[in-house]
Write a protein that binds this ligand. Structure first.
Ligand SMILES: C[S@@+](CC[C@H](N)C(=O)[O-])C[C@H]1O[C@@H](n2cnc3c(N)ncnc32)[C@H](O)[C@@H]1O
Length: 306
């Protein structure tokens, strides 16, 4: 890792690769899912270098207090809160507007249950207990709210391993404003490091820090990138007849429209669903492949690979 340019401050304060191995003195080190204060300090120094001398900081999910301690140490104006104080970032109003930086370190969804020690009425509001769809919509909603209250918005989120793959908050959430940078942050205390894997699982050892600039002015316009959506695609539109026929003829001893038709029926049945004239399409495709020089005609209607 040491040889990677831009890693460990070789390029100055902030690059697109962050690693803070020592979590430092800010916040409660034992709070589950806490982050190293130096990450926020880097963002603050970036804002200062860009002319915001005393950024006004907001962290509505402050957990163990990392952002609060960094802002206090740097003598910056700040407001912090958390569901543990009874404040619900999704449904309650933000405490002020005109923030320079809002830090959004969302719960790692169901990986950590933050609500266990909360009174019953607040448990249902803990974002980590929401169903995935509801959670992503809540994250997007809070991102919009942050954009409407803050010049910059930083979002720190991980990918969660689930059966068969990952759930990726940053991929599915709405992006509030102009993305300034997508920074990869090394996770030094991830659960993945503690478990023994046999090589059939890819441990997740990084997370995402996204910095957005909103530059919202009262009365101005606000543009956001809407969340990703699952969509069924039409395979037929992406596998052309030429590709399908080329693939089929590799396996054929004798290449004729009839044998190719049988091959297509076996291997690419989807190609036959949208045509009433498959024989004509196959003949035309064979002629195209002949013109390309991929196959040549031996006798009428019979081809061989060139
Ligand atoms: C990843 S932790 C933040 C950790 C913090 N940055 C630190 O360094 O300790 C996410 C926090 O979101 C809080 N949270 C969950 N649902 C919330 C809600 N609806 N409103 C406000 N805070 C919430 C949890 O209590 C937890 O402290």
């Amino acid at each position: 890792m040491k040889n990677i340019q831009g890693y460990q401050d070789q390029f100055g304060e902030l690059t697109t690769l962050i690693s803070v191995p020592e979590r430092g003195k800010f916040g409660n080190a034992n709070y589950r899912g806490n982050y190293a204060g130096e990450v926020l300090a880097k963002l603050v120094r970036f804002l200062q270098a860009n002319g915001i001398q005393r950024p006004y900081i907001y962290d509505p999910m402050v957990g163990g207090g990392t952002s609060r301690d960094v802002a206090a140490a740097l003598q910056l104006p700040h407001i912090v809160d958390d569901i543990h104080n009874g404040f619900d970032v999704v449904n309650d109003d933000f405490h002020d507007s005109g923030f320079d930086l809002t830090m959004l370190h969302y719960p790692y969804w169901k990986m950590i249950d933050y609500a266990a020690d909360l009174p019953k009425e607040l448990q249902g509001k803990d974002m980590s207990r929401m169903e995935w769809r509801e959670f992503i919509e809540a994250v997007s909603h809070v991102n919009y709210k942050a954009a409407a209250h803050s010049r910059y918005v930083a979002v720190l989120v991980g990918d969660m391993a689930v059966k068969g793959g990952i759930k990726s908050i940053q991929r599915e959430m709405a992006w509030p404003g102009q993305p300034v940078r997508h920074i990869i942050k090394v996770q030094h205390n991830a659960m993945s490091y503690r478990k023994q894997y046999t090589g059939k699982f890819i441990p997740i050892v990084t997370e995402h820090l996204l910095l957005f600039r909103t530059d919202y002015r009262q009365g101005g316009e606000m543009w956001i990138l809407v969340p990703a959506q699952y969509k069924k695609i039409d395979i037929d539109a992406y596998v052309t007849w030429k590709t399908a026929v080329k693939n089929v003829i590799k396996q054929l001893g004798e290449i004729t429209p009839a044998t190719v038709f049988e091959g297509i029926k076996q291997r690419f049945p989807v190609k036959l669903q949208k045509t009433n004239t498959p024989e004509a399409t196959i003949r035309k495709t064979l002629q195209q492949l002949e013109a390309d020089g991929s196959i040549r005609r031996t006798t009428r209607g019979i081809y061989e690979v060139a």
